[in-house]
Every structure is written in C-alpha cells, then in structure tokens.
Design a protein around this ligand. Structure first.
Ligand code: ATP
Ligand code: MG
Ligand code: MG
Ligand code: MG
Length: 561
C-alpha cells in the first residue's frame, strides 16, 4: 500500500479520554474510530491486524479438527428461554422486538444457538464428536465500556463449541482447544499464562482463562512461585477460610467463613440481601496489598480508579472515590498482615440498614462518619483474615500478577444439553445428553493486549505475525531525488509480492515519516537515500531494538523474509 493513497491519519496528541496505552496508541495511530460508547469502526490498519489474528485462530482451530460456521447475530428469545438465560442474563443482554412484537437479543455468546443447530442434526453416538466455531461480532451492553477494543460493547469474538459423548471425550476435546489456544497466543507473539478460573455467566464446571500479562490488566492472577498452579484471584481465594465475628454476636466468638467469592455466603454473613452483592473483585497494588471489594448488582467496578486508590491509607475522601469506582464494601490489607486490614464501605449502603463494618483493631474510615458514630451503629467485628495456605497445591507463596483475559475455555458439561434437550442415542440405544465445551477468544482484545505488552514511548511495536504491515519503505526526499524514488518504487513492487509492505511515498520530511512508522508500529523500516544508494544498499531499522544497519539492495527480499 502506498501511504499517499492509504486511509491513514495519525495524531500527535494523546486523546484525553483514553486511559490505557493500547487505546491511546490505537487512536493516535489511526487504527480505530469511536462511533458510540464501546462501539468502534476498525479502520484499515486495525482491520489488517484483526484479520491476521483471525487467520492464526483459523489455522490452529483447523489443526485441532474444529470447523468454522457462522450463526446469526440476532437471536430469538425462545431459545434463551429454553436455557433459562433470558431471565438470568441481566442488562448486558441487548434485547429488542421486531415489528411483530417478538422478543430478540443480539448474541453476547452463542451456546443456545449452537445447541439448537446440533440437536436437530445429531441423533446418534456415531455423529459425535462435533466441534464448531465462528468468528463474529458480539454485543454485550457492558455497564462501563472502556479501554477501546479491550472492553467494548460491540466486539469480535471467536466462539467455539464442542459436543461429545461423555466427560472423558469432552476432556480430550478441551485439551485440544487448550493446546490450540496456547499456539494461537504464542503465534500472536504474546507472553501469557493459562489460569484456573470461575465459569461466570456461561455456567459450567471447569475452566481456564488465557491471560496476557500486563500491568493494565483488569484481572488479578495468583501464580505459585514453586509449582505450576495459577488461578484467577477470585478463584484462588475462593475456598480460603476467613476468621470473623458474626454480626450481632455478643460473646465475640470468632467463626470461620468460607472464601469471599461465594456470594450467597457473603450476603448471609454480611447480612446483605443477596442481590446487593453480586460480585467480588480482588486486586493487588504494587506492594502486594490484597484488596477485595464487593460490587452491588447495579454497579461495576472501575478498576483503574481502584488501582489509584489501592494500598493507600483510606480517608473519608477515598470512600467517596471508591464509591464512584463502583465498590460498596470491602477490605484492604496485606495478605499476611491481618492487623493491618482496613475496612470500608459506601455509606449509601446504610439505607440497607443491616450493614456490617469492622471494629476493634481495624482502622475505619467511612465517608462522613467518625469512628464514634460507627460504634453507636453496633457494627460487628469482622476483623479477619486469610487463614491457611494460598497456594492450595504446594502451600508455597503465591505471586500476584495482573492480566488481560484474552481467551477462555470452559467445560460446560450438560448444562445446556439438558435444559435444551440436546440428546443422542448411545451404543445401547439409550438417550444421553451431549457433553459440551465452549471456547472464546476476544479478537480485538487480543490486538489491544499485544500493544499493552509491546510498546515504547514512540508507539506500538507489533509482533511480526500480527503487524498490519511487516515492512515500511521510506524515501528520504522523493520529489528531488529521482534515483531513490525509482529504486523505492521497484523495491516496493518486489517486496509486495512476498509480504505486507507500506510504502511511505509522501513528500514529507524523513523525520515525519519515521515518527509515523514508529507510532504505527511497523517492525522493519527500509530507508532509501542517496547515501545508502552510493553503497547499493538500504538502511534497515528494527523497530523493537532500534538497531540500524545497511543491507545490499540485491538481497533485501531474503533479509526481510
Ligand atoms: P470479562 O471478564 O473481561 O468481562 P468475560 O469473562 O465476560 O470477559 P467471556 O464470556 O469469557 O468474557 O468471553 C470470551 C472472550 O471474549 C473473553 O475471554 C474476552 O477475550 C472477550 N471479551 C469478553 N468481553 C469483551 C468485551 N466487552 N470487549 C472485548 N472483548 C471481550
Ligand atoms: Mg464480561
Ligand atoms: Mg472474565
Ligand atoms: Mg471469561
């Protein structure tokens, strides 16, 4: 592509509403254009990257025996009622009616749709296994879309679904998908970790998230320093025991309460209506301070705002900021130092009246309330903390890392096949539910995560495999230096046959061209000038290391390949 003809507009200024680097650089590099909150147009540069990621996905899925199809984005409510998710899914599901008043939604994920397809075709064990996937635009009405392509409302997902005769066969498919995912993210040039995870909205029994390690990640990961154990923080701390004094206790006796991820137990323990606490968040500050927050059903956490607050001594004003970040109650404190644990909560919860808060040795800060007022409120002591081991496998210390969830593999079991009656006849002619798995990858999020991991103060540094262009050719003075221009023209023709080349043929100063190619993140730059031509050479600059060297024009194709 010739730059002069490309739809490629870069910007110098960092957009003020972009909090993370990938979002900033995608906007500045002319990759994306916001159309509405969480809804983006992928401009030609981004589209090239996304298609490359998609193709890597296709190759690896094919290698493991999966087959591509395409399902509708608009899905009828009836299917979702069958699975029970029409009621359960909540406001993230974008619902609408057609002109006849029939209910529909735009698919946020496609378990119902695929199960409907498969149950109509598969009737015998001889037809199994089946493994199908699509790469499609999804819609989730995220409460707080943010970070550009990382958390959009409309986004491209690869979603795959497997159907097997039994648990054992399903586990084998799961392993294949796990392997495919590892290859996909490796080929995308990402440093990642597969971690044990909860199954969330989709349901199911067993799952792994593929996390790209990056400080801007919204997820916390607990990773064992000795063994291979790694889990999403929510999962890692689920099952731990906390020592607490129950609300209303007059004797002050302490009881054990299970891990903070169990919402039912939490709500019971805290005396909060279950609906008030639907999610816990766990995160770490740089010094390893564990912070857990409970989010009400109608709110979501703003992790960035929380990050800025975490680990600080909390003051009245922080309470307000935490409330704005969406967290209504929780505690902060280093994992191993219970005495330092601090509790806080959003006073708006007082309207629920029965709210707990800690007392005693803990250090309380409530917006607008002094500790004296707290005591009068008869808050019970829940000064706690984690008892027992963290690494659940080998009892060693856990490292806390931050990650971006780019992929998620689930063993669903028979959740959908039972509710939607997706059955087959086994060898003995007996009806059995198919055993399912599902497997998602955020395509746009993967691109964003790649930038989070690969950038410097000049811009993006794409891994070669997913770069929009692998090579950029820059002429230094095209309007006055005919020889360089002609050489660049023919080099462009030659290279374009074997790789993706951007030819910066603009009549601009070299400095401008260099700045743009660095911002856009093209891995190799070939500069042609009178000086390099005197030696029948081209100057190669490697974006990642900044290394520069002259290479003979003759063999440049081999060098670039
Ligand atoms: P998150 O925890 O970040 O909300 P999720 O667990 O809800 O993600 P899944 O249902 O597991 O997401 O969907 C599969 C994949 O789709 C995720 O691993 C992620 O890569 C991608 N994804 C999910 N939500 C979004 C979004 N709002 N924007 C971009 N990609 C997303
Ligand atoms: Mg989600
Ligand atoms: Mg998730
Ligand atoms: Mg997930």
């Amino acid at each position: 592509m010739r730059y002069s003809q490309a739809f490629l507009f870069t910007a110098k200024e960092t957009p003020s509403d972009a909090e993370v680097i990938s979002h900033q650089l995608m906007l500045r590099g002319g990759y994306i254009k916001k159309t509405a909150a969480g809804i983006y147009s992928y401009l030609p540069l981004a589209w090239r990257v996304l298609r490359k990621i998609e193709n890597i996905i296709r190759e690896e899925m094919t290698r493991e025996g999966a087959e591509e199809l395409m399902m509708p984005a608009a899905l009828p409510a009836e299917l979702w009622m069958e699975s029970g998710r029409w009621q359960k899914y909540g406001p993230e599901l974008l619902r609408f009616q057609d002109r006849h008043g029939r209910d529909f939604c735009i698919g946020p994920t496609h378990e119902e749709a695929i199960t409907d397809i498969v149950r109509h075709a598969v009737s015998s064990y001889r037809h199994l296994p089946k493994n199908l996937y699509q790469i499609q635009t999804k819609f989730r009405d995220e409460i707080r879309p943010r970070f550009g392509l990382m958390r959009g409302r409309e986004f491209i997902m690869k979603d795959g679904y497997s159907f097997d005769v039994d648990d054992e066969a399903s586990a084998t498919t799961y392993e294949k998908m796990y392997r495919a995912y590892s290859s996909i993210f490796r080929r995308c040039g990402l440093s990642f970790k597969a971690v044990e995870a909860d199954s969330g909205q989709i349901g199911g029994s067993f799952s792994h998230e593929f996390m790209v390690l990056a400080n801007s990640g919204e997820d916390g990961i607990a990773s064992c320093s000795k063994c291979s154990y790694a889990a999403n923080l929510e999962k890692a701390f689920n099952g731990n025991t906390y020592q607490c004094t129950p609300r209303g206790s007059t004797t002050g006796e302490r009881v054990s309460t299970p891990g903070l991820s169990s919402m039912e137990q939490l709500s019971e323990f805290f005396g909060l209506p279950a609906a008030a606490l639907v999610k816990s968040v766990a995160f770490m500050d740089e010094e390893g301070t564990l912070c857990l927050g409970f989010v009400r059903g109608d709110r979501e956490v703003n992790q960035v705002k929380l990050e800025r607050l975490s680990g600080k001594a909390l003051h009245a004003a922080d309470g307000e900021a935490l409330a704005k970040a969406g967290v209504v109650a929780g505690y902060m404190g280093p994992i191993n130092l219970p005495a330092d644990t601090r509790y806080w909560l959003d006073p708006s919860l007082r309207s629920l009246d029965e709210i707990i808060c800690g007392a005693g040795e803990a250090d309380f800060h409530l917006r607008g309330l002094s500790p004296a007022v707290l005591d009068e409120k008869r808050f019970a002591d829940i000064s706690t903390v984690i008892e027992g081991d963290c690494c659940p496998r080998c009892h060693s210390e856990l490292n806390i890392l931050r990650g971006i969830e780019v992929g998620h593999v689930f063993r669903l079991g028979t959740v959908y096949s039972q509710s939607m009656k997706a059955t087959y006849l086994d060898r003995n002619g007996k009806e059995q539910p198919m055993v399912m798995g599902c497997y998602g990858i955020g395509v746009g999020r993967t691109a964003a995560a790649a930038i989070e991991q690969n950038h410097d103060d000049k811009g993006i540094i794409w891994p070669m495999s997913i770069a929009p262009y692998q090579v950029v050719i820059c002429t230094v003075n095209p309007s006055r230096d005919e020889q360089s221009r002609a050489t660049a023209d023919s080099l462009y023709e030659r290279l374009a046959a074997t790789c993706d080349v951007l030819y910066d043929d603009r009549d601009e100063r070299p400095g401008v061209k260099f700045i743009d190619s660095e911002l856009i993140g093209i891995p190799l730059r070939l500069t042609i000038s009178q000086k390099t031509l005197e030696q029948s050479s081209v100057e190669i600059t490697i974006r990642k290391s900044g290394e520069k060297y002259l290479h003979p024009l003759e063999t440049i194709s081999e060098e670039v390949a």
